[in-house]
Design a binder for this molecule. Structure first.
Ligand code: UD1
Ligand code: CA
Length: 457
């Protein structure tokens, strides 16, 4: 096969999004639209991807470089003179790099690499473009065929009443020989455009290059561009269905796929079960036999095997080892590292704390900046007082430590193995191993006491 590169049209303003942010940086399934397009190009065999930018180019360029490094390069179209003019602006980045050039739209997130690969295979030795047959062909460019293939594309605004009746439309993806692209674009730009929009149309190359392959998309939803927030929601819904279908076929149980949201970068093992209203984001990974119950929002977290996450947990940037039990209503903040067989229960918040094997914090606690040894038992209402108003300080609990309920542990602090803290203590000094610390007012009983009499009215 000949060498392939891609060029992405992305110089448009995207005003209908009514957003400060560039349209192509809005996300579908947690990934910016433009990233979907670049990945599609790379996964379908492009050796490099050139993106044509206009508005907010610095920002988009920095983003794409951070994601794709040297695989992406850029061209600039400062004035929007049409799709043909856009690719013309990229010629110096295209000619001499690869034999074939694929042209893609920067605002179409759902074109799959499988579809693009199939198209490239079919159009291997011919210029080609993707088409679709639509009941309502809207304002898309119309495909005019002869016996040899696609003869030309007529834009809706330039089409006659007869041509407007054509139901086969131009989906906006093309594959050309780079050399043909070079000669025909230079020719196109020689004369002022005479069409209805006064633009240099990329679609005019089809008639110039000669009969092209018109390859019909298996699913028209893959070509839909995002122009406003309605389109964005539809693209999201289509991407979600595709992602969920993929994971179901990989052995993941979804109790209600309609309400389950899995980000594009998430990885799941077979025999994971997801209850309704679960949202998995970022680089979350979940190992086999783990059950995530309803309402969990989990981001950038790695979860081991046989873990049970009970309803309504929010887990961010954390780690949970095998057979741990988390929730309900647990908040794991960045750096929570929950060891195997640990239990973290109702209304517990943990930040930057490692819990070793079998440790428990079952009710209403805040643990921040610390290390909790194996099999420690943290009583209800325990607070790690890790912040002195200026610095965050560290707390270390040895193995098998028992913290009585409603205790405040004031950092910095070290508690030795198998030490006990009496309930209601405020601990400010280290505790040696095998000792009991009690730090609270002693109880005083006043016998035969009666409350003061109420004043008479
Ligand atoms: C284009 C096609 C049309 C096709 C449709 C599919 C042309 C002339 N027409 O129409 O046949 O059915 O796509 O969606 O190509 N862009 C630039 N610079 C420009 C103009 C556009 O970068 O000067 C970018 C836009 O940001 C967008 C893409 O090119 O990503 C398509 O442009 P758009 O104006 O939406 O083309 P359509 O009129 O929809
Ligand atoms: Ca369009």
């Amino acid at each position: 096969m000949s060498s392939i590169q891609s060029v992405i049209l992305a110089a448009g303003k995207g005003t209908r999004m009514k957003s400060k942010k560039s349209k192509i940086l809005h996300e579908v399934a947690g990934r910016p639209i433009i990233d979907w397009v670049v990945r599609c190009a790379l996964d379908a065999g492009s050796s490099r991807v050139v993106t044509i930018l206009g508005h907010q180019s610095d920002f988009i360029e920095a983003h794409l470089k951070s994601q794709f490094g040297d695989l992406v390069s850029f061209a600039y179209q400062r004035e929007q003179l049409g799709t043909g003019h856009a690719v013309y602006c990229a010629l110096s980045e295209l000619v001499g790099y690869a034999e074939r050039t694929v042209i893609l739209s920067g605002d179409v997130p759902n074109l799959s690499p499988e579809t693009l690969s199939a198209f490239l295979l079919a159009s291997e030795d011919q210029a080609g473009l993707m088409t679709s047959v639509l009941e309502d062909a809207k304002h898309y460019g119309r495909i005019v065929r002869n016996e040899k293939g696609v003869q030309s594309i007529v834009e809706f605004k330039d089409a006659s009443a007869e041509e407007r009746k054509i139901k086969e439309i131009n989906a906006g993806f093309y594959a050309f020989d780079t050399a043909d692209l070079n000669t025909t674009l230079k020719q196109l730009l020689k004369e002022e455009p005479t069409n209805a929009q006064g633009e240099y149309y990329l679609t005019d190359l089809v008639a110039m290059i000669g009969p092209c392959l018109g390859w019909q998309l298996p699913d028209a939803r893959e070509m839909e561009g995002v122009n406003n927030r309605l389109d964005l929601a539809e693209a999201e819904s289509f991407a979600r269905k595709r992602i969920n279908t993929y994971w179901m076929l990989e052995g993941v149980t979804f109790i209600d796929p309609e309400t389950t949201y899995i980000g594009a970068e998430v990885k799941l093992a077979p025999d994971v079960t997801l209850a309704p209203h679960v949202i998995l984001k970022g680089k979350t990974t979940i190992a086999a036999d783990t059950f995530i119950d309803a309402g969990a929002v989990i981001e950038d977290t790695s979860i081991g095997e046989g873990v049970h996450v009970l309803p309504h947990c929010h887990l961010e940037d954390s780690k949970i080892d095998n057979h741990a039990k988390i929730g309900p209503f647990v908040h794991l903040r960045p750096g929570a590292d929950i060891g195997p067989e640990c239990k973290v229960g109702n209304f517990v918040e943990i930040k930057k704390v490692r819990l070793d094997r079998g440790a428990k914090a079952n009710h209403h606690s805040y643990l921040g900046d610390g290390h909790v040894g194996e099999k420690c038992n943290i009583g209800a209402g325990t607070i790690f007082c890790n912040y002195d108003g200026k610095n965050k300080n560290f707390i270390t609990l040895g193995k098998g430590v028992f913290i009585g309920s409603n205790s405040a542990l004031v950092a910095p602090l070290t508690i030795g193995d198998n030490a006990y803290v009496g309930a209601g203590s405020t601990i400010t000094k280290d505790i040696p191993k095998d000792s009991l610390a009690v730090a609270r007012g002693r109880q005083k009983n006043i016998e035969n006491w009666s409350p003061p009499a109420k004043p008479k009215k």
